[in-house]
Design a protein around this ligand. Sequence first.
Ligand SMILES: NC(=O)c1ccc[n+]([C@@H]2O[C@H](COP(=O)([O-])OP(=O)(O)OC[C@H]3O[C@@H](n4cnc5c(N)ncnc54)[C@H](O)[C@@H]3O)[C@@H](O)[C@H]2O)c1
Ligand SMILES: [Fe+2]
Length: 387
Amino acid sequence: MAGPVQINIPSTIINGAGACDEAASQAVRIGLKRVLVVSDPFLVGQGLPGRIVDQCRQAGIEAQVYGGVTPEPTDVNVEEGLALLRENGCDGVIAVGGGSSIDAGKGIAVMAANDGPLSEYAGYHRIPRPGIPLFAIPTTAGTGSEMTRVTVITDTRRNVKMMMLDAHLLPTAAFVDYTLTLSMPRPLTANVGVDTLTHGIEAYVSRKAGTMTDALALSCVDLVGRHLVQAWRHPGDHEARKGMMEAASLGGMAFANSSVCLVHGMSRPLGAVFHLPHGLSNSVLLPAVTRFSVSAAPERYATVARKLGWAGAEDDTSTACERLVDGLRELNETVEIPGLRDCGISKEALTDALDKMAGDALASGSPQNNPRVPTADEIKALYLEAY
Ligand SMILES: NC(=O)c1ccc[n+]([C@@H]2O[C@H](COP(=O)([O-])OP(=O)(O)OC[C@H]3O[C@@H](n4cnc5c(N)ncnc54)[C@H](O)[C@@H]3O)[C@@H](O)[C@H]2O)c1
Ligand SMILES: [Fe+2]
């Protein structure tokens, strides 16, 4: 029997409409004096970071905004935010936004208490000291980053997405407020929604899956099956947005304590080389990678198909697995996720990048958690299959 497993989730989770308005009072509760609000230029323009600043000031906490986070955040974002944090003597970070803002906030909070360089912390459990307190307020549903001890930051010198997993990256508190996602446009809803589904599936089929993460992963898959298409068709549907927000957070809790697998292993190099958003690069790979993998864990994949409502109890395992692969392709069509060839990538450019991408994928360690562990040649064939 396998040994004990460590599970980390934030110690405070506030879930429901209006949750984001409780960040300031929680900051008071833990004694913060000056916080850095980390977000991106679009959201700063929409006003949410400013609202958090006002609430902090009303509660007697000084607050500054670093609003320069770029999609798929970089080491430069972390350095800029850290400089502002030091200038203002901040003792806490409130990250507001999608996975990019939250991941950048994690890097900043950790670097405020560690000497770095950040690239030295890439990999598993390599951060020496806890960061300063970090609150996470997600506005996409989503990466689940508000629940995870994971961050992904691009190393701009090597053009590699560095994945870091360490309990020191865990937010102190997560504010899961689905009303913040009502404004997501359809393509974003689709990309981040299929990312959420990928978290649920990969956490469940992973070689590192366990009883506790299974429960979280299957709840995530179940909610996506009931709410993603509805949230995409009817962006103002509160019940669907709530379902997807909760799916995203449950998916984050699941994968960070089990693991992601081959889809994420392959999507990070694809995103780094071709600058595709994280959710999109996962979504285009999910059907092909699932087709490749089902034979190694058929019962698990069949359970996923049933949770999604794509197979019934009367369907045998192999039928359910077929339904899953077909269903994932159909889901991408329904929510208008383009194929890889429609993402502005030429076949030649993809072919030229195959060696680097397959090497980087295997080096990340994620493919080794997949039920069927691929060779470099199999990874290259899967990139081409997704094209
Ligand atoms: N740390 C983790 O556990 C984890 C897990 C998965 C993904 N990620 C990372 O998350 C990042 C992607 O995050 P993301 O997919 O949430 O996107 P994002 O944070 O990059 O945001 C994408 C765009 O959507 C906009 N946006 C955000 N919320 C919005 C809203 N409510 N309405 C309208 N527009 C909105 C943003 O301003 C931005 O322009 C990647 O860098 C990826 O590596 C991290
Ligand atoms: Fe993801």
